[in-house]
Design a protein around this ligand. Structure first.
Ligand code: 5GP
Ligand code: ZN
Length: 135
């Protein structure tokens, strides 16, 4: 008879194989781990902020939670605080950049809204006139 601990470990290994760790291949997790270079703007225990590689405004910073989740659609109520922290980090960066006269924080949600990276990120855009409505 197989001891219960061995059975448990076999089940865990099996589950690990069929549920690969999505953070391993996630672009923004890889940036956070330093596997892909980025221009760091701000970091604390909870969030990481870096320059967008293809800026759409003089300031275009991405703020990401250190915890991986795909986007706003996938967020749980337990993610409320970290989503708030991402926005507060964006506000801090906007203050440091002296663009408080007018900036925008944007969450693209789903491919139809232009989301191309599925690790939640807040765009901070500023340093130029921002028209409304956005495209
Ligand atoms: P989304 O389209 O998902 O809302 O935003 C993804 C953003 O990530 C885009 O603005 C894009 O320019 C940026 N991006 C994509 N790949 C990289 C990268 O390798 N490095 C950096 N810094 N930004 C990236
Ligand atoms: Zn990720």
């Amino acid at each position: 008879m197989i001891p219960p601990l061995l059975t448990f470990l076999r089940v865990r290994c099996y589950r690990f194989r069929i549920m690969p760790d999505e953070t391993a291949s996630c672009l923004f997790c890889r940036i956070m781990r330093g596997e892909i270079p980025s221009k760091r703007i701000y970091e604390d225990e909870h969030v990481y902020a870096f320059e967008d590689i293809s800026p759409k405004a003089p300031t275009h910073v991405l703020v990401i939670p250190k915890k991986h989740f795909a986007g706003l659609k996938e967020a749980q109520s337990s993610d409320a605080e970290i989503i708030g922290r991402c926005h507060l980090a964006a506000a801090l960066i906007a203050r440091q950049r002296k663009i408080e006269n007018g900036y925008r924080t944007v969450l693209n949600v789903g491919p139809g809204a232009g989301q191309s990276v599925f690790h939640l990120h807040v765009h901070l855009l500023g340093g130029r006139t921002l028209t409304w409505p956005p495209g």
